[in-house]
Design a protein around this ligand. Structure first.
Ligand code: GLN
Length: 543
């Protein structure tokens, strides 16, 4: 296909309608029909990337292979499509302005006054087209963050308007996601908020081609007709998006509603291929019909906000389906775990995962959770900070190194078993300066991780500044904690495990970023399998 086609996804009425899931679902359907598709997210905030944001602000910071710290929606895109994203897939207002200002400083604007229109809008248009011009994709879906009418969205909306005009008919379309609320007092679904948000879009010169209407109740044909009439779209372009029990149902619900068919028609693309969604349906079937259940504790300090650990929660869904087991994740706040109640807090857990994180708050609770898992033979997975906590716990309680710590938490610790990476010592800026993205890792033969991965050469994504202190490696290994994976170039320890324990693994990297529906991550699959086996054995011995 010569010309890349563009689909813009905007949102109206309210935030949190799930534009990311709708964009990913539409992309999945188009991909299933044989179109190479990617998704891009434009975020109207001024941070250059979400790397400096607290998870309470926007949830998890997702990391791509090329080391971009991005919005968590990119995680959904990868999990749905099984296609890698990159820096180009997430652009913020901060990044746009940064690059325009850098160009201005270099004198590239030849003495002109630099303005929102055309300079900022041109930069936005260029960023949108980078993916299309790569020649890798038939269709690029661009999700515009925020809600139409927001002050900060205006330059994006204007850039989209111009681009639609430049692309010409059938080469770019707009899918507008909106809310159709149910007023219980009136017993009715209300269309007015949608009419208003479509009107707001129209005031900026953009006509929505397709309306995706989030709703808690079925939208009747009558209401669809009314929405179509007042919002200037065809009736078949009014798509109902009813609340689903899992996000993985959404592509199929959108297919039933004909979202992909209308989109292809509007883009003048052939609609002859039947979507190949067999593997997706098999996954859903396994996810919805588990044969047993396990409970895994997620020990973290951002547990109040589910989005903070999005990729971990989704990885458990993929790994649960692979093992035909329901993984119930019990979130436990690490700040609320104390010596006196750790037994009570961990009661009933079949497996324990200690989450990534930064800073001192809540780390002692994480260390207690590791100790509980190690001493009670409960399958354990520690990710990034979770792995570092496992090393500290082992140093303190097995090696007897009192007050062993990470220099992140205690600069004066007598035993810095985790310390700042050499190349981090000169870093002063906080944004985008961690060890980020995909790095090779060599797994040792005859170790648990080598068995789990079924290979010795792997590549995983990272986001950290601190590392295992190799000065303590010999001492740790002698006492039974083995470094089973390392970076082949630098020797940095990437994986630790305790061979005498049924399943105890800590990884410096983030396996959760790479788990997808089509390709569940081996470490999560292996962890859930071990949790299940251990539970079955315990039950058998009790019977
Ligand atoms: N704070 C730790 C570090 O910087 C762990 C980071 C993480 O868990 N992502 O090394």
């Amino acid at each position: 296909m010569s010309q890349t086609k563009y689909i813009f996804v905007t949102g109206g009425v309210t935030s949190s309608l799930g534009k990311g899931i709708i964009a990913a679902s539409l992309a999945k359907l188009l991909q299933a029909r044989g179109y190479t598709t990617t998704i891009q997210k434009l975020d109207p905030y001024i941070n250059v990337d979400p790397g400096t944001l607290n998870p309470y602000e926007h949830g998890e910071c997702y990391v791509t292979d090329d080391g971009a710290e991005t919005d968590l929606d990119l995680g959904h895109y990868e999990r749905f499509l099984n296609v890698r994203t990159s820096q180009a897939n997430n652009v913020t207002t901060g990044r746009i302005y940064q690059s325009v200002i850098e160009k201005e400083r270099r004198g590239e604007f030849l003495g002109k006054t630099v303005q929102v229109v055309p300079h900022i809008t041109n930069e936005i248009k260029e960023r949108i087209q980078i993916l299309g011009k790569s020649g890798d994709y038939d269709i690029v879906i661009t999700e515009i963050g925020g809600t139409v009418g927001d002050i900060e969205s205006l330059p994006y909306i204007e850039a989209v308007r111009q681009l639609l005009w430049e692309l010409g008919d059938n080469n770019g379309i707009v899918v507008h996601l909106t809310l159709v609320p149910f007023l219980s007092a009136a017993g009715e679904l209300k269309t007015k908020p949608t009419q208003h948000s479509v009107k707001t879009l129209m005031e900026s010169g953009i006509k929505a081609d397709i309306l995706v209407c989030r709703t808690e109740h079925e939208i009747s044909e009558d209401i669809k007709r009314k929405l179509a009439l007042f919002c200037n779209v065809k009736q078949e372009a009014v798509i109902q998006s009813i609340d689903a029990s899992t996000i993985y149902d959404v592509p199929l619900l959108m297919q039933e509603e004909g979202l992909d068919t209308v989109a292809l028609e509007k883009l003048a693309l052939p609609d002859d291929k039947v979507p190949g969604l067999d593997l997706w349906k098999q996954f859903l079937n396994r996810h919805k019909n588990p044969k047993s259940k396990v409970t895994i504790g997620l020990i973290g300090k951002y547990v109040e906000l589910q989005d903070s650990y999005k990729s971990i929660l989704e990885s458990f869904i993929h790994a649960g389906a692979a093992n035909e087991v329901k993984v119930e994740v019990r979130s436990i706040h690490s700040e609320h775990i104390s010596k006196n109640d750790v037994d009570k807090k961990m009661m009933g857990l079949d497996g324990i995962l200690v989450a990534p994180g930064f800073g001192e708050r809540g780390i002692e609770g994480k260390i207690l959770a590791v100790q509980y898992a190690r001493e009670n033979n409960i399958p354990f997975l520690g990710i990034c900070l979770g792995m570092q906590m496992a090393v500290i716990e082992f140093a303190r309680n097995v090696l007897g190194l009192e007050n062993a710590n990470s220099t992140e938490m205690d600069d004066n610790t007598p035993y810095p078993v985790i310390n700042l990476m050499e190349e981090q010592k000169s870093v002063t800026n906080m944004g985008g300066t961690m060890r980020l993205g995909a790095w090779d890792c060599q797994l040792q033969n005859e170790t648990l991780v080598q068995e789990v991965y079924g290979q010795t050469e792997i590549s995983e994504r990272h986001r950290h500044r601190f590392e295992f202190n190799n000065d303590y490696k010999a001492q740790m290994e002698e006492a039974g904690l083995v470094a089973s994976g390392f970076n082949p170039k630098t020797g940095l320890v990437e994986v630790i495990e305790i061979p005498s324990h049924p399943w105890f693994v800590g990884v410096q990297y983030h396996p959760e970023y790479k788990s997808t529906v089509a390709d569940p991550h081996p470490l999560f699959v292996g962890f859930v399998k071990a949790v299940l086996m251990q539970k079955q054995q315990t039950n058998a011995s009790l019977a």
